[in-house]
Design a protein around this ligand. Structure first.
Ligand code: FES
Length: 203
């Protein structure tokens, strides 16, 4: 059954309704509403572009610090996170617990083979599909929530078999998944607009 609060939001904000309609499956699956995502972005692929799996343009101007949105590209959920300064600092602190902290297993374009796994430290983009068996990981940016324990530093948690990823999508050692979340090709059209599906190096 649909969440009544979401329905209320839909009535209040037609742009938001449009996004949710496009991303219902993904957003519902990852429980975005439960992890403080107060704004969603206007997502603008043309119908033809979607059909062809072409690049999609995403306006992230209303994506608040700490929030995540999910959009669709080539039938895949694409997570976009506005990382806070605290989240960026946390990336280094967990590296000794990760399976591939240096991103050596080519799960990203060359431009994202860095600690942030992104073009810009503040914006993280990844394919929202667990590298174990493809479930949708949940975005859990909070530190030490009761259900994930005192060592949880924020990241992505896969509810299917318990794989854990940090806030750069880097997989923790000793979980079912053994690869980092994949990063799609993307580039910045402006400071607040992303093109998902076009590689920066090719632009
Ligand atoms: S599919 Fe994510 S842990 Fe198995």
């Amino acid at each position: 059954m649909a969440d009544e609060s979401v329905i209320d939001d839909e009535k209040a904000d037609e742009g938001r309704r449009h996004f949710l309609a496009l991303a219902t499956g993904v957003v519902g699956a990852v429980g975005v509403a439960a992890v403080a995502t107060p704004f969603v972005s206007y997502f603008r692929p043309s119908a033809r572009a979607k059909a062809l799996g072409a690049a999609v343009e995403v306006d992230i101007s209303k994506l608040e610090p700490g929030a995540m949105i999910s959009v669709e590209w080539r039938g895949k959920p694409i997570f976009i996170v506005n990382r806070t300064e605290e989240a960026i600092e946390q990336l280094q602190a967990v590296e000794d617990q990760l399976a591939d902290p240096e991103s050596e297993k080519e799960q990203q374009p060359d431009f994202a083979a860095n600690r942030y796994r992104s073009l810009r430290p503040g914006v993280f983009v990844a394919i929202g599909s667990c590298t174990h068996l493809g479930c949708a990981p949940k975005y859990r940016p909070e530190v030490a929530p009761a259900d994930l324990g005192p060592d949880w530093a924020g990241g992505f948690f896969c509810p299917c078999h318990g794989s854990k990823f940090d806030l750069a999508g880097r997989v923790y050692a000793g979980v079912p998944a053994n690869l980092n979340l994949a990063v799609p090709p993307y580039r910045f059209l402006s400071d607040t607009t992303l093109i998902i599906g076009e590689n920066t190096e090719a632009a």
